[in-house]
Design a protein around this ligand. Structure first.
Ligand code: CA
Length: 272
């Protein structure tokens, strides 16, 4: 009996060690295509902005079909990164997890190393998700992204209702390409979140569904059950038309497709 127990314990120990080794391999990301890293860090709330619980106006009645209708939607309290995720941030994640570095954009072959304060680009949805998980956070839902940009007064742009030059890096102005994150402080949202409009598009957690604004629940809409062919991206990038800077403008992207004007920012809330 004792012998069987000892052999069983040894077998159990071997199994545990083998499982731990496999978990370590998987945790390393296996070159960027793996299941991603477990949270390594507590979220750094000093670089995030708190968005209080409450209702906001989501969507609009006179916009594109996917923006209709305008509805009051309740969200619990959450935090969102003040700026887009930078090249410095993303390289630290890759160095810690063995995820592959994203490729440099065609407009700057040294971008990832030479521009540490610029937003990371050329990342898939899964890379964005894995980065946020490693940082102890998660991607924002589409509803959280829109409230962070729009506040509670239904404004058209993060800074207000009138267009102003140098409030967003969009359509080639005021920068030809990406700008260091947080460069345009006057363009901040009511909560002080920067570059929601322009600089780079931002991955959200949700699957994209055209009809979702009409179908979603009024409290903490989690996004469609999915899968659909796309994930939500929001805010426009440095090449986008001004209309993409509007706070209710919705767009989508193939989650496996990388683009040189698409990056991310992360969110966090208690228990999620
Ligand atoms: Ca942005």
């Amino acid at each position: 009996m004792r012998g069987r127990e000892t052999r069983g314990m040894r077998l159990g120990l071997r199994w545990i060690l083998a499982a731990a080794a496999m978990a370590a391999l998987l945790d390393a990301g296996c070159g960027g295509g793996g299941p991603g890293a477990k949270p390594r860090n507590s979220p750094d709330l000093s670089t995030m902005v708190r968005v209080p619980a409450g209702e906001f106006l989501r969507g609009r009645d006179d916009g594109d079909p996917d923006e209709r209708p305008a509805r009051r939607v309740w969200l619990d309290e959450f935090y969102v990164d003040r700026t887009e995720v930078t090249n410095r941030d993303f390289r630290a994640f890759c160095d810690a997890t063995r995820y592959l570095y994203p490729s440099n954009p065609s407009f700057d072959p040294g971008y990832l190393v030479d521009k540490p304060d610029h937003p990371v680009v050329n990342i898939t949805w899964e890379q964005a998700r894995a980065y946020c998980a490693w940082a102890g956070k998660r991607l924002p839902t589409e509803a959280e992204w829109e409230k962070a940009a729009r506040g509670t007064d239904g404004r058209l742009y993060p800074w207000g209702n009138s267009w102003g030059d140098s409030l967003a890096n969009i359509h080639g102005q005021p920068f030809d390409r990406t700008a260091p994150v947080g460069s345009l402080r006057q363009g901040g949202s009511p909560y002080g979140v920067l570059d929601l409009a322009g600089n780079v598009w931002e991955w959200c957690a949700d699957w994209y569904l055209l009809e979702y604004y009409a179908q979603a629940p009024n409290r903490n809409p989690p996004g469609p059950a999915g899968p659909t062919p796309w994930r939500v991206v929001r805010g426009g990038g440095f090449t986008s038309p001004r209309s993409d800077a509007e706070t209710m403008n919705r767009s989508k992207n193939d989650p496996s497709l990388v683009i040189h004007h698409l990056g991310c920012r992360c969110a966090w809330s208690k228990g999620r």
